[in-house]
Each structure stands twice: as structure tokens, then as C-alpha cells.
Design a protein around this ligand. Structure first.
Ligand SMILES: [Zn+2]
Length: 189
């Protein structure tokens, strides 16, 4: 699926988790961090794509790119359970570096971002290619499984653009409207 679809779904998934579980007490910094971290978490699995481009612009980049290819190849380790685990650990380290007077609660941000990351993998598993969820086992898995994979979605084609993308945008609007009171209590004193 393309980035535009992933980020809206990531925001709804990560933000939805936070708004459903938050107490409603004033915590604007945590809400802001949840939004940023959900946004990033939903896009990071595809950062390996850009990474591959970076390799090809560097001298000897092709050689380095070939060596690192098993890790950087699109929809590889980043689209797996191992990838979610590594991402969560790295994010935890980064969040712990944030000064406590910023007022960010680490756990909700960590969980929201990991949920957004996981939502990316779930959505990609509905595409024709599938994902190597059980990496290093290289088998591409998807929903529905073979031999019913013929009805899976093609990334960037009409079904994503005309059905999935509008539907996720509507769900984002419904989500913000239905949680509006709680959002207000999180950001206003
Ligand atoms: Zn992806």
C-alpha cells in the first residue's frame, strides 16, 4: 500500500489506542508525541525503499547495496515480527533520551507507535505481494492466504485510490469527531 494510506491508518490505529485508554487528564505533550510517533511508525517500514536509493547514489554504492541487500530489500526484515521488535526497542531508547520536563509519558507513545508500525504490516498483508512476516523465513504471507490471493489489493491501483484511501480518510474524520471532547480535555486546562 502507498504511504498516504499507511499514514492515515497509522494515525487512526496509534491515536485510537491512546484516546481509548488515556485518562483524559491534561497531557498535551504526550498527545503530540503519540501523533508524531504514530505517523512515523506507520511510514518507517517502507524506509528501506529510500535506503536502497541512497546506496545507488554513493560511490561503490552498488557493491555495498548488494552486500546489504538482504536487509534493505523492500518488504524484508522491516515487514516482519522481528522488525516490529527491533523498532520498538530503538524507539524505547530514543524516548528515554527525552528530558522528563517535556512531560511525555513513554509507554503510551511507545505502544501507539508500535501499533501504527504493526498496522502498516497488517495493511500490506492484504496486498498481492504479501509480507515476510516470519522473517528470516522468506515465505511471503498474506490475507487471504494462497490460493485465494487473487482477490488481494494491488498497491497504488484503483481499489486503493478509490475505495481504501477515501474510506480511511472518512474513518479518521469520524474518529476525531467522536473523540473530540477527550482531545479537548487532553490539550486544554
Ligand atoms: Zn510496506
Amino acid at each position: 500500500m502507498t504511504g498516504k494510506t499507511h499514514r492515515i491508518i497509522g494515525l487512526v490505529a496509534g491515536g485510537g489506542y491512546f484516546l481509548a485508554t488515556a485518562s483524559g487528564a491534561y497531557q498535551p505533550a504526550t498527545l503530540g508525541a503519540v501523533i508524531v510517533a504514530s505517523y512515523l511508525g506507520s511510514l518507517i517500514p517502507d524506509a528501506d525503499d529510500a535506503g536502497a536509493d541512497i546506496w545507488h547514489t554513493l560511490p561503490f554504492g552498488h557493491t555495498v547495496g548488494k552486500i546489504t541487500d538482504p536487509l534493505l530489500k523492500h518488504r524484508n526484515i522491516s515487514h516482519s515480527l522481528v522488525g516490529i521488535g527491533i523498532y520498538t526497542i530503538i524507539l524505547l531508547v530514543i524516548l528515554r533520551l527525552m528530558p522528563s520536563y517535556w512531560g511525555i509519558s513513554i509507554m503510551p507513545v511507545l505502544i501507539a507507535s508500535s501499533i501504527a508500525y504493526a498496522s502498516h504490516l497488517l495493511v500490506d498483508s492484504f496486498t498481492v505481494e504479501g509480507i515476510p512476516f516470519l522473517w528470516p523465513w522468506s515465505r511471503m504471507l498474506g490475507i487471504p492466504p494462497k490460493p485465494f490471493d487473487g482477490i488481494r489489493i494491488q498497491t497504488g491501483k484503483w481499489f486503493e485510490n478509490l475505495v481504501v484511501f477515501p474510506a480511511v480518510n472518512i474513518s479518521l474524520i469520524i474518529f476525531v469527531v467522536s473523540y473530540w471532547q477527550k482531545i479537548k480535555s487532553l490539550i486544554l486546562k
